[in-house]
Design a protein around this ligand. Structure first.
Ligand code: TYM
Length: 340
């Protein structure tokens, strides 16, 4: 079997650890929406089992799972077109993850930069789950024979590890069973940076709320955060090269491009020579126009959690129908007796 023999199938996931940010939206969600359609089967997952690799308050986790699902729906994920569900409702992820724990090598895990960043000096005290996390992520993708994985830049290494796990499994068992997945890291905003420090990634957890735009922020808050975003005193240059060594300026240009569906080059061409007094209000207006309808729709959806649960259950059933036979075949390949 060659790569081309696999059905083109998109899989991607997002953790419900805290709320969604503009980084999640531009780096992942907006692009997930764009991949829906005839070219791919699309499967999107709220990865609650990944979230608990660090402590989550149970009630907050349940709320966050529904809120992330609401954010995906409000952004344009169509639950009839895509399969949308939360990970813990489909046990195949965990079952395949165990098999991959036995395929992946400790040395590979030791090279994962995100683990090193998250664990810091504390490697002895973090959960075993945090260390094994990339094998679960590989299982998420490969339980569906996912061929394309749209993610932000920070997930590249994990998707590459997924390829390594698939290749080693295929090699060890002399099969061509798992596809070699492609990361899809495209567009102007694959790494949205912190609004207060352009050298750090925008993330859900961070000291100050002013560092990030949350998908639940109202129009005034979005506008205020962008107008107060850190910049330098220089006006915008006329080429992207001129933004080298100006990380905060570059970030705002990339955010504009991501929101406006433009390239960063086109944004620079339009705003060459503009000062921040012109660019920031234009960016704030654009962000409010694009994000406010999503946050309004999220609040509407969140008012009916039972409906979200119903949609997730339906998605989980559809997911199970794809993953079940792949898991079954994996067990057969490995030689695990399933006699009932
Ligand atoms: P997570 O939940 O941290 O982030 C979800 C998605 O958002 C992207 N992202 C960003 N993109 C650009 N700029 C940013 N500042 C930014 N912050 C987050 C991430 O790259 C990601 O695409 N391990 C994954 C979840 C996962 C997964 C999977 C993804 C679990 N299983 C299988 C793909 C396939 C994670 O923690 O993403």
């Amino acid at each position: 079997m060659t790569e081309a023999a696999f059905t083109p199938r998109v899989f991607s996931g997002i953790k419900p650890s805290g709320g969604l940010t503009l980084g999640n939206y531009l780096g992942a969600i907006k692009r997930w929406v764009g991949m829906q359609g005839p070219e791919f089967e699309t499967i999107y997952c709220v990865v609650d089992l990944h979230a608990i690799t660090v402590w989550q308050d149970p009630a907050t986790l349940a709320d966050a799972t529904r809120e992330v699902a609401a954010g995906l729906l409000a952004s344009g994920i169509d639950p009839d077109d895509s399969i949308l569900f939360n990970q813990s409702q489909v046990p195949a992820h965990v079952e395949l993850a165990w098999i991959f724990n036995c395929v992946a090598r400790v040395g590979w895990m030791n090279r994962m930069t995100q683990f090193k960043d998250k664990a810091g000096k504390n490697t002895e005290k973090v959960s075993l789950g945090l260390y094994a996390y990339p094998a679960l992520m590989a299982a998420d993708i490969l339980a569906y024979h996912g061929t394309h994985v749209p993610v932000g830049e920070d997930q590249k290494q994990h998707v590459e590890l997924t390829r390594d796990i698939a290749a080693k499994f295929n090699h060890d068992y002399k099969v061509d069973f798992f596809p070699l997945t492609n990361p899809v890291i495209e567009g102007p905003a694959t790494r949205v940076m912190n609004l207060r420090d352009g050298t750090k990634k925008m993330s859900k957890s961070g000291e100050s709320d002013m560092e990030r735009i949350n998908m639940t922020d109202d129009a005034d808050t979005i506008s205020k955060k962008l107008k107060k975003a850190r910049t330098d005193p220089e006006p915008l240059p006329d080429t992207l090269k001129g933004l080298k060594d100006r990380p905060e300026a570059r970030n705002l240009v990339d955010i504009y491009a991501g929101l406006a569906d433009m390239t960063s080059e086109a944004v620079i061409a339009e705003y060459a020579g503009a000062g921040w007094g012109r660019f920031k209000p234009a960016l704030a207006d654009l962000a409010v126009a694009k994000l406010s309808p999503i946050s309004d729709e999220m609040s509407r959806l969140m008012a009916d959690p039972a409906e979200i649960d119903r949609l997730l259950a339906k998605g989980a059933e559809r997911a199970e129908a794809v993953a079940g036979p792949i898991l079954q075949k994996t067990y057969d390949i490995v030689g695990l007796v399933r006699s009932r």
